[in-house]
Design a protein around this ligand. Structure first.
Ligand code: CDT
Length: 325
């Protein structure tokens, strides 16, 4: 079975608050068709791809936000995406807000096989921002209000991708936006021999916290740096995809990337609009790192990593003092 396949990053331009799901889905179908024409077996869409990035809006009563969430997928409004995937023989990754039958709320991503079956589901673990209205901020980021931390861990599954010329299998894992900045998340995927990480993001171009200076150009650099480091240190490919542009007056950056296991950027979006970029993956290339410098079985020293799981915040180190003479 071939270990080569073409990966597509399906970046989306802004989705305004007034736009409904049908507009988003129509654009996603067009992106999927383009990705298929470019030979892709899998298409990756952004985080919360069906709506505007609604955590920037404060609702006192959570029920007023209910309309941003999906309670079942595919729904009547999203079904055209599933139909297009089947017709084109392409798998896809989708980020969306999930409300469960019990009323729990998660920031969720799924990987859907071309048959329409959900292969893998992940709920965002690292929720940035805050849960109450913050008057200091220029723009609210209320993910901690609208979602609870994911309860599924960081699962990896070996599964077929779609595409022409038959099915290529890969060990697939998912992250969502802020997760890409946390090496712990990547390493838990790496420990399951992940070969392809799909992730979507909505990241403001400016630091909105009003708590100090951050050079604007570094925002993009930190995003790409995090994905490149995650791929290199865990010997995997990643497709990291933005929702970009000015959404309801607030700018999100683009620069979606496809990265290889050496940490090299293979393809990068150049607009802040709907755009498809593709790159060919050869999953046998995940083996070099995994059998040499990052051969975990030979080189990891978990007996020295206890702090990683036992401690949450950092602690100050002891102060050195000179030996008494
Ligand atoms: N969506 C998301 O996770 N965005 C964050 C920005 C956080 S700013 C409070 C990110 O890490 O890109």
């Amino acid at each position: 079975m071939s270990r080569r396949t073409i990966l597509a990053a399906c970046q989306m331009g802004p989705l305004q608050r007034a736009e409904g799901r049908p507009a988003a889905v129509a654009r996603m179908v067009a992106l999927l068709e383009k990705a298929a024409r470019m030979g892709a077996s899998v298409a990756v869409f952004p985080e919360l791809a069906l709506t505007t990035f609604f955590p920037r809006w404060f609702h006192e009563d959570l029920r007023e936000a209910d309309h941003w969430y999906e309670t079942a997928l595919p729904s009547n409004e999203t079904a055209p995406l599933w139909e297009a995937a089947r017709r084109l023989g392409i798998g896809f990754h989708l980020g969306f807000a999930e409300r469960t039958p019990e009323g729990r709320r998660f920031n969720t991503a799924i990987y859907v096989h071309p048959s329409g079956e959900t292969v893998l589901k992940y709920r965002k673990v690292h929720l940035p921002g805050h849960s109450e209205y913050d008057p200091i901020r220029k723009v609210q980021h209320l993910e901690k209000r609208y979602f609870e931390p994911g309860d599924l861990g960081f699962p990896v599954v070996r599964a077929p991708l779609g595409g022409p010329g038959g099915e290529t299998e890969a060990n697939i894992g998912l992250l969502i936006c802020n997760d890409r900045r946390w090496p712990e998340a990547w390493r838990v995927l790496g420990l399951q021999q992940v070969e392809l990480v799909m992730l979507g993001y909505n990241t403001p171009s400016l630091n909105m916290e009003n708590r100090g200076f951050e050079a604007h150009h570094l925002r993009v650099e930190h995003s790409v740096l995090s994905v490149r480091a995650g791929c290199y240190q865990n010997s995997c490919y990643a497709v990291a995809v933005a929702k970009a542009g000015t959404e309801d007056g607030h700018e999100l950056f683009g620069h979606s990337v496809i990265v290889n296991p050496q940490g090299e950027v293979m393809a990068q979006a150049t607009t802040w609009e709907d755009e498809v970029v593709v790159a060919e993956a050869d999953f046998t290339r995940c083996e070099l790192g995994r059998t040499t410098i990052f051969d975990f079985a030979r080189h990891r020293r978990p007996e020295h990593y206890a702090r990683i799981v036992e401690q949450v915040g950092s602690v100050a180190p002891p102060r050195w003092s000179p030996a008494e003479r």
